[in-house]
Write a protein that binds this ligand. Structure first.
Ligand code: MTE
Ligand code: MO
Length: 454
């Protein structure tokens, strides 16, 4: 086999052609689909080790070792002749870990590499950031910050944070907050928007008052249908009165006892970037319903129609659509519960181990929106065999499930570790992001990390 470029350059520039070279796919012939012969040698050279489970390595799948560096946005066409290797842009933000990856600068968006999510509770400095507008300036003392609950209520509430803290009973819960578009980068053809991998997620200890207690105090009328959540962040354009994001949930979801209006994250006052002085945390659903810098909850008599509702925003296809097709808006429904997902948080993708290593200890997390996690399985042979991981008990509903497993390696070489979670209903993570939709919601393929034992 003649390679004009190294296999990893080829994978970066033209994954399909690289797969064809490595896996011996030829136009018009049925491909073998497995790594053999010259392709195996070239692949081994590119990743720096032999592939013990080459016999079960499927074609058509970019090896994880070569798929690490993804451009933030789909490459422009035509591709430049000699693209320079661009690593991820790292975050430089006060109070934040400098290894977070910037996915957008205006508005500021950053995700957490999976290996930084190895703590049972995600430290605030490692927690992902998702803004849709500007970061508001808050000069007020938090206690004086006012928010209202109005609309279809019998007793409109206007509360300061001071009153919220003194008049209602607080609760602290460890709960997952996950961006609705987590996993978007795995869609093919690429979906529009911020290209999240698996890192738009974290599980923090949230302290606040139950939203249901406040809604009861406000007295919901029988006409109450939906919440409309509003925050103080100015729109990117700076136009006064224009919302950056204003989503909501049906009253039934709003009344669940885990929803909180929080002022503390991991035992400290909320950081400004996470919604200081108060935000909603409505777990299990797209993070966008957890309004930061909360100013108002407008109880609506119909489905809320704020910024980020309707169209194809935070919505998935009801009937599967042809990937890349123009959407028919009537074929969409709101994404409610987030899908089941697992991540491997140790070892990190690209980790190298001494050649005599024959046992690896794995750690990770799994969660499934409104559902519990029933099982997590891991594979080191490209999915030919799976073994169950040990699950730790979540601290409460909407906490993630931490998992661990030990795997034995037959020899040195290149391995991919795959993790796959199953929710309480028996729904499993797929190999690839399915149910394509233009803005890429619901993409939850298995997580894969590459390790080299050499
Ligand atoms: N006011 C306001 N609230 C918001 C947003 C926003 O842009 N403005 N972004 C939402 C989205 S899309 C997500 S995923 C979460 C992210 O919360 P974090 O930045 O604290 O991680 O906040 C949500 N709340
Ligand atoms: Mo989000």
């Amino acid at each position: 086999m003649k390679t004009e470029r190294s296999l990893d350059e080829l994978y970066r520039d033209d994954p399909e052609r690289a797969d064809a070279l490595a896996f011996g796919r030829r136009t018009g012939t049925s491909r073998r689909g497995f790594l053999e012969g010259a392709g195996l040698a070239a692949f081994g050279a590119a990743v720096g080790g032999s592939v013990p489970f080459a016999a079960t390595m499927p074609g058509g799948l970019i090896p994880s070792a070569l798929a690490q560096v993804q451009p933030a946005t789909p490459a422009p066409t035509p591709a430049p002749a000699a693209p320079e290797r661009k690593g991820p842009q790292l975050l430089n933000f006060p109070g934040k870990d400098a290894r977070l990856v910037v996915l957008g600068e205006r508005p500021l968006v950053a995700e957490t590499p999976e290996s930084l999510l190895n703590d049972d509770t995600t430290p605030t400095d490692k927690f992902f950031i998702r803004n849709n507008g500007q970061i508001p300036a808050t000069t007020q003392t938090p206690e004086a910050w006012k928010f209202t609950i109005d609309g279809e209520v019998t007793n409109k509430l206007a509360l300061t944070v001071g009153e919220l803290k003194s008049k209602f009973k607080p609760a602290t819960l460890r709960m997952v907050l996950e961006c609705g578009a987590n996993g978007r980068s795995f869609f093919s053809p690429p979906a529009r928007g911020i290209q999240w991998t698996h890192g738009g997620v974290g599980a923090a200890d949230w302290t606040g008052v139950r939203l249901a207690d406040l809604l009861k105090a406000a007295g919901l009328k029988s006409s109450a249908v939906f919440t409309g959540n509003f925050g103080a962040d100015p729109h990117l354009s700076g136009e006064p009165g224009r919302q950056a994001l204003s989503r909501g949930v049906p009253i039934k979801k709003a009344m669940e006892p885990h929803n909180l209006i929080v002022w503390a994250m991991n035992g400290k006052p909320l950081e400004l970037i996470h919604g200081f002085p108060v935000r909603l945390v409505i777990p299990g659903w797209p993070g966008s319903v957890s309004e930061k810098w909360l100013t108002r909850i407008w109880i609506r008599d119909k489905v809320h129609d704020g910024v980020g509702m309707g169209g194809t925003s935070y919505r998935v296809a009801i009937k599967p659509m042809v990937p890349g097709d123009k959407p028919d808006e009537k074929n969409f429904r709101d994404l409610e519960s987030m899908p089941v997902r697992s991540i491997i948080t140790s070892p990190a993708n690209g980790a190298k181990f001494a050649g005599n290593t024959r046992e690896l200890k794995l750690r990770g997390a799994a969660w499934a929106g409104d559902h519990a996690v029933r099982a997590v399985h891991v594979s080191i042979d490209f999915g030919a065999s799976w073994r169950p991981a040990t699950l730790a008990k979540p601290t409460n509903k909407y906490d993630w499930t931490r998992w661990s497993a030990t795997v034995q390696l037959p020899s040195e070489g290149y391995y991919e570790i795959w993790s796959r979670a199953t929710d309480a209903r028996g729904v499993m993570q797929p190999h690839v992001a399915g149910n394509w939709n233009p803005q890429g919601y619901g993409g939850n393929p298995m997580h894969r990390v590459a390790v080299l034992v050499a």
